[in-house]
Design a protein around this ligand. Structure first.
Ligand SMILES: Nc1ncnc2c1ncn2[C@@H]1O[C@H](COP(=O)(O)OP(=O)(O)OP(=O)(O)O)[C@@H](O)[C@H]1O
Ligand SMILES: [Zn+2]
Length: 774
């Protein structure tokens, strides 16, 4: 083989490999003789599977390369890079930082239609777009013959459009139709162009500036705090700066993002707004769309494959400069970011909980830094990590201390329910407050973070409790379909009528979930007042939630009942009472972040009321009125809470004052689990000794996971805590190069350790900067 002509193409494939795979490419065989460019897609085969991969690098084969062992690239799908350089760089950075496979991130960086080999043809069809443009040689005579007003309007539209062309669909939406197209085409004044958008590269630089729009509807007149905040953000235009926007619930953070965007995207650049879950906040998206009509693109996994492809491409080609998306949107192909916003930055949904366990909030900072633009992390209840970054000066702290509403803060009262009778979880004082509020024609929010009818089913004669046969957990009673369900593995059983242990018929539900609360609330308020339940069981689709929330927005008296779905950023001016049915549920967990999470959740619920013209009131039902966290909730000083909590973490040398990784292991049996974890622990010791890591790092465990048995697999973990991030890195890198098991040395270290499959006797994975630690 003549090495001089053969190229070696390194390709990332969507499999858990640590390095790209090498393939041969013979330019002589390519139709245009060109090598595939970085970021272009190719089809390659891996273990007889044909996969779509992304080109990382192409180089000349040398005599050192053993080309006979390499397979050829099967097809080059793109002549241009489909993934922006910036996205590819971020993928590689993410894979390195989180010790995972860059190729697997392709699933997030490319929409499904572009990476599934059976959909490739269809994706091309979806991206073929019809345009009309000015004819090449319109004659004077032809122009003179223009008949109708609409024909002249169409011509003017094209004359003033960038590149003198406009998409067919867009023209139709402007009211132009077949009559005008045919007439002008016949006269040679316009012509049709069919374009393969997948083969188009994004406009570079300022070539095609996209004005924010012709006078977007202005927002509120900003108050002084908001103005100062916007100025601080805008003054970092064109350079990297990270801001923590710490603003009370309802202090107008969203208004700040909008105003900053207004100033920053004016020059045709892009902006990314990351939100926890789009389906939960249709209102937020609507606010962006209203302010930037036609310029907002929404990107999340709830879209159909086609919608996702078109949205992805609009973003790539910079047709829609404002992108509102969930965590995977961080991997979109932006080339010219002017601003990145992470709304509700404390939210757990920014952390991916499987495969590559990245935190999109942290990647937002990395991406902004790579692309030299400001990034704003906003929250009323900032994470301790971000607060610490602000304290240490890494992030600039911006504060909004005043609510925009007429009333500063809701009034919070405790209801001690230790010896009270509850109906569907509801105490008498809470019931009275609800009725009073509805009487005054206002709305009520009832928060209960537990779905189903009851969290347990109990036999009064023998004490049996329904448990899951596959997990160490209780089954939840769902009454609407008379089932018992495990919320961990989704096992579903018919509700028994008799106790399976003692056959007695005295089975009773224990405790209350939202289904029970709904029943009790409806009985309390009567049939005329709607009780709107929002939880995972009632919200099948985005539109279902949207319809329910519209009902609340209409302002009629109603009761909005639900789980944490309701705590996320909703803005309903007529909500004046919130009832937290069971504050204690949030207080018991040994997790590192348990208090932080509980405080954030409860504070956010309290923040949903009193946002309009009327004062808000919150009733907190608890059996532990003197619990310190409840006291801090009453004080309504999240910041003080956070500072105390930070001090505690500092004393314990826990994150954010140290770097942490969790090794999660699962096994077919307890014996396999113990054996596997013991091996890992001893390998960690070996690495620590070899590399003299000494006091810099501590390994805790092994210990069982909170749910020690889940889906019939046994779960356990190890904690690695280091004073410096670099030490943790050395330890992890060292561990990765240890043999997978004593009798099975890792041959080429290509495959990531521990990711050999969920059905192995023993497997493990790494969680760097874990959100959940148990
Ligand atoms: N300067 C202002 N003048 C009058 N009203 C304002 C102003 N800024 C914001 N608002 C209104 O106040 C309400 C709360 O603002 P916004 O939703 O921006 O707050 P937020 O801080 O994002 O809230 P949260 O974090 O609780 O979701 C909204 O209805 C908004 O329209
Ligand atoms: Zn189960």
């Amino acid at each position: 083989m003549d090495h001089a002509q053969i190229l070696i193409v390194e390709v990332w494939v969507p499999l858990p490999f640590r390095t790209p795979l090498s393939y041969l490419f013979d330019p002589a065989l390519a139709p245009d003789g060109a090598a595939p460019r970085r970021g272009a897609r190719v089809v390659v085969s891996v273990n007889n599977r044909r996969l779509v991969g992304i080109v990382d690098r192409t180089s000349q084969a040398t005599a050192q390369n053993d080309c006979s062992r390499l397979r050829p690239v099967e097809t080059v799908l793109d002549t241009i890079p489909l993934l922006a350089e910036q996205t590819l760089d971020l993928m590689l950075w993410t894979a390195r930082y989180y010790c995972s496979a860059a190729g697997e991130l392709l699933q997030l960086a490319l929409p499904p239609a572009l990476r599934t080999s059976s959909r490739l043809q269809q994706s091309r069809e979806w991206l073929t777009v019809r345009y009309w443009r000015l004819g090449r040689a319109p004659t004077e005579e032809a122009s003179g013959q223009l008949q109708g007003r609409k024909q002249r309007e169409l011509l003017t539209a094209l004359q003033t459009a960038p590149a003198h062309q406009i998409e067919h669909g867009h023209l139709r939406s402007l009211g132009f139709g077949k009559a005008q197209f045919t007439a002008l085409e016949t006269a040679g004044l316009i012509e049709e162009v069919i374009m393969d958008e997948l083969a188009m590269e994004a406009a570079k630089g300022e070539e095609e500036p996209q004005a924010a729009s012709d006078g977007p509807p202005a927002g509120h007149t900003l108050n002084n705090e908001q103005k100062a905040t916007v100025e601080a953000i805008v003054s970092s235009d064109g350079k990297f700066a990270a801001f923590l926007l710490d603003g009370l619930t309802g202090s107008g953070k969203t208004e700040v993002y909008l105003a900053a965007l207004d100033r920053l995207i004016a020059e045709g650049r892009q902006a990314l707004i990351l939100v926890p879950e789009i389906s939960l906040t249709p209102q937020l998206t609507a606010r962006f769309e209203k302010r930037f009509p036609g310029l907002v693109c929404v990107y999340h996994s709830g879209l159909t494959d086609k919608q996702r492809l078109l949205a992805w491409n609009d973003i790539r080609l910079k047709k829609k400069p404002v992108v509102v998306g969930t965590r995977s949107a961080i991997f979109l192909s932006f080339t010219q970011l002017a601003l990145v916003v992470v709304d509700e930055e404390h939210d757990s949904s920014f952390k991916q909980q499987d495969n590559c366990r990245f935190n999109a909030r942290d990647l937002a900072v990395v991406r902004a830094s790579n692309q030299s633009c400001p990034v704003v992390l906003g929250s009323a209840t900032p994470s301790l990590e971000s607060l610490q970054n602000a304290e240490s000066g890494r992030y600039q702290l911006l504060r909004l201390r005043h609510r925009t509403a007429a009333f500063a803060r809701p009034q919070i009262e405790l209801v001690n329910i230790r010896s009270r009778k509850l109906t569907g979880g509801l105490s008498d004082p809470a019931a009275r407050a609800i009725l009073d509020t509805l009487q005054a024609r206002r709305q009520v929010l009832v928060f209960l973070n537990r779905r189903g009818y009851a969290p347990a089913l109990f036999c009064q004669s023998c004490g049996w409790i329904a448990g899951c046969s596959r997990c160490d957990s209780r089954m939840t009673l769902h009454r609407h379909d008379a089932s018992l369900r495990c919320h961990h593995c989704d096992l579903r059983l018919r509700l028994p009528t008799n106790c399976p242990e003692c056959t007695s018929g005295s089975l009773v539900p224990l405790g209350s979930g939202t289904e029970h609360a709904e029943e009790a609330l409806q009985a309390l308020v009567g049939d005329d007042i709607p009780v709107i339940r929002v939880d995972r069981d009632t919200i099948g689709s985005t539109s279902a939630l949207h319809d329910k929330l519209e009902l609340v927005k209409a302002g009629e008296p109603c009761v909005l009942l639900g789980t944490q779905m309701l705590a996320k950023g909703h803005d309903f001016p007529d909500l004046t009472l919130a009832v937290i049915l069971d504050a204690d549920g949030a207080l018991f967990s040994g997790d590192l972040r348990a208090s932080e999470r509980a405080m954030q959740l409860l504070t956010q619920v309290c923040g949903r009321v009193g946002r309009g013209e009327h004062a808000g009131r919150v009733l907190v039902q608890t059996r532990l009125p003197s619990h310190p966290l409840i006291a801090q909730l009453l004080a309504q000083d999240y910041r003080q809470f956070a500072l105390n909590e930070l001090e505690l973490r500092r004393q314990l040398a826990m994150p954010p004052y140290s770097s942490m990784a969790v090794i999660r292991a699962e096994a077919a049996s307890e014996a396999h689990l113990q054996q596997g974890l013991a091996l890992l622990a001893s390998q960690l010791k070996t690495v620590m000794t070899q590399q003299h890591l000494g006091d810099g790092v501590t390994v805790h465990g092994p210990f069982p996971a909170v749910l020690a048995r889940k889906k019939n697999r046994h779960h356990g973990l190890l904690w690695l805590i280091a004073s410096k991030r670099a030490t943790l890195r050395s330890l992890i890198t060292g561990l990765m190069s240890q043999p997978a098991s004593p009798d099975r040395p890792r041959s080429r270290a290509l495959q990531l350790p521990g990711r050999t499959g969920r059905h192995q006797p023993f497997s493990w994975s790494l969680d760097i900067d874990p959100y959940e630690t148990l």
